[in-house]
Design a protein around this ligand. Structure first.
Ligand SMILES: [Zn+2]
Length: 261
């Protein structure tokens, strides 16, 4: 889920490609050196940078190599060597997989109430039993137990999270050495959730295409993006802005976009 656009060969050549187990990948990446005491030739463990309980993942970028001497319960405690290491190395931003999956799961169940939950660890086990290669299609066969699958299914449920807060436009604290925040900046007029009764993420028809309002500009213009994030433009013109009068509403949306195609 790091990059939902990857498919085919890329899907099989992820971070741990060629390694039996993510732990061995982490050990190899860290050159078998304990990242805390920097010693080599010791008994190695992996340690979660962001704890599982805080939404950290088992992916390689959330794991580091530590030796058994540094990976003690004592070292985890305040003042311990691992605790100090964590304080200096904790990443500010980490993709939190489980909470995101929980919201996605809830919405998937609203759409398909007969759905059942399964886990990746079961899927890979079943897939290996069936001697299938690692592809999305093989996973679908392993998960559902069906015997064949269409590469281009007739129905596809497409779901996307949309953020209404435009952090790039928001000045929460004074920037660039200012004492107070700049409330007269031109971008502030663009940092609005609605304009003339239209709201961000409203689903609309724009020049015959289906899209969602991704921003506003001026007094009567909007940006409309299709489900791939490409702007829908005025035919034969190279403007990203479209006039609000060119839009026909389909539905008003909260933070999610759904398409059943
Ligand atoms: Zn160590």
């Amino acid at each position: 889920m790091i990059n939902p656009d990857i498919h085919g060969v890329d899907y099989q050549h992820g971070q741990t490609y060629g390694y039996y187990d993510v732990r061995y990948f982490v050990f190899a990446r860290d050159e078998y050196i304990c990242q805390v005491c920097k010693k080599k030739g010791k008994i190695l463990h992996t340690h979660h940078i962001v704890y599982r309980s805080e939404g950290g993942t088992d992916r390689a970028d959330n794991l580091i190599t530590v030796c058994s001497d540094c990976h003690t319960s004592e070292a985890h405690k305040k003042g311990g060597i691992l605790y100090k290491w964590m304080k200096n190395h904790k990443k500010a931003k980490q993709y939190k997989e489980p909470p995101f999956m929980n919201t996605l799961r809830r919405r998937t169940f609203q759409k398909y109430s007969e759905a059942e939950i399964t886990y990746g660890s079961e899927t890979s086990h079943k897939r290996k039993e069936l001697c299938l290669e690692k592809t999305h299609y093989s996973d679908a066969i392993a998960i559902t137990g069906i015997e064949s699958i269409k590469e281009n299914p007739e129905e596809c449920f497409w779901i996307k999270q949309f953020r209404k807060k435009k952090r790039s436009l928001h000045e929460a604290t004074p920037r660039k050495g200012r004492k107070v925040k700049n409330v007269k900046a031109k971008r502030n007029s663009k940092n609005t959730k609605q304009l003339n009764g239209w709201y961000l993420n409203d689903e609309v028809i724009c020049f015959g295409q289906r899209g969602w309002i991704s921003g506003f500009t001026g007094t009567s213009s909007a940006y409309v993006a299709n489900r791939n994030g490409e702007y829908i433009q005025i035919p034969s013109k190279n403007y990203k802005q479209v006039n609000l009068s060119d839009l026909k509403p389909i539905s008003h949306n909260a933070n999610w976009q759904y398409v059943v195609a």
